[in-house]
Design a protein around this ligand. Structure first.
Ligand SMILES: [Zn+2]
Length: 337
């Protein structure tokens, strides 16, 4: 397999989807992980036993050292343990490797055009096709069964029936084209009727297993994983909001934030909310604090103006109660008599 190869491939008797490999940007993140790389191997493996598959995938993209380590056959146990750390996550199916399974489920970009790596894209996960698509790539990779002009049609109907299909909103059943092409190639290479019979039986069995696993996976993903992702996203958002508040307090705004009601909705600002959707770098934090300080200066000035001034121009130090004021007035009245 070459470095640039992508799409469906046959490898050691298994059908795999090869996505585009991470770009050079990943390599630039290397410096942040050097400390972990420097640890003894048994400790690294111990640490990796407590993470989830998505953490391993992120690590894989971070440095060549981790890539070499995690792609080794001997690291299968690490991937298996990571999978076990995700509650109720269905077992790895026979048609996928542990890494391939983790990539299919936990990565969130289109496997064909890569959309979604740097921004959110609405994806369709076709578990039975073992692939994720953006809207455009989904349409491009499925061919309408009724017309079927672009389909190869060289292998028996029995096999054609088990190809991954989808029924889009317009109701015409479509067939997954890349698998049709791959199967056509495989079928063409078969020399004898016995080989062809064996191939047909194998494909039908494989597809049955994949469909069964896909049903299980789909159920887990919709009922368990998607709600978990929403929860984690909300938590991250709130943590970033807390980061901003901490910075403002450290910058001397503690008192203002506490006493001024105009600050209550400070974090509802559109720019702040947008920034909190992503990791806050030091630079972004500085810019946000600077931006919010302009607002804080303004509301502080308004607050101070609204406080009744004493004769000498200074604000009253303590607000007196109605009862105290009545007592004070009575004392003055007595004095004047
Ligand atoms: Zn795409």
């Amino acid at each position: 397999m070459t470095k640039t190869q992508r799409g469906l491939i046959s490898h050691k008797g298994q059908t795999r989807y090869v996505a585009k490999q991470p770009s050079g940007k990943a390599a630039r993140r290397q410096r942040t992980t050097m400390s972990l790389v420097d640890l003894p191997m048994d400790i690294i493996l111990e640490v990796l036993g407590h993470v989830e598959p998505l953490d391993l995938l992120n690590l894989l993209a971070t440095s060549k050292t981790f890539k070499n380590l995690l792609m080794k056959r001997s690291s299968r146990l690490v991937w298996r343990r990571a999978r076990a750390n995700v509650p109720d996550f269905p077992e790895c199916p026979d048609d996928l490797t542990e890494i391939g399974y983790a990539r299919l489920v936990f990565e969130s970009h289109c496997q064909v055009c890569d959309q979604g790596r740097s921004y959110d894209v609405r994806l369709v996960r076709m578990w039975s096709a073992r692939a994720r698509f953006c809207g455009e790539c989904l349409e491009a990779n499925f061919v309408q069964k009724e017309t079927g002009k672009k389909l190869k049609n060289i292998y028996p109907e029995k096999v054609k029936k088990v190809l991954p299909t989808r029924v889009p909103w317009h109701g015409h059943e479509s067939i997954y084209k890349p698998l049709d092409e791959l199967w056509a190639k495989e079928y063409k290479r078969l020399k004898t009727d016995a080989d062809r019979d064996h191939w047909v039986k194998k494909k039908v069995k494989e597809r049955k297993d994949i469909e069964e696993h896909s049903t299980k996976l789909n159920r887990w993903f919709r009922l368990e994983w998607e709600p978990e992702l929403v929860l984690r996203k909300t938590l991250r958002f709130q943590q970033r909001q807390a980061q901003i508040m901490t910075r403002l307090r450290k910058s001397g705004w503690e008192e203002e934030l506490r006493v001024n009601r105009s600050c209550d909705n400070l974090l509802d600002d559109r720019r702040v909310r947008k920034a909190c959707e992503r990791e806050l770098t030091e630079k972004v934090l500085d810019e946000l604090v600077e931006y919010l300080e302009i607002f804080l200066e303004k509301v502080k000035e308004q607050r101070l103006k609204s406080i009744p001034q004493q004769i000498d121009g200074s604000p009253p130090t303590r607000r007196t109660s109605t009862r105290t004021r009545v007592v004070q007035r009575n004392v003055v009245d007595l004095d004047s008599e």
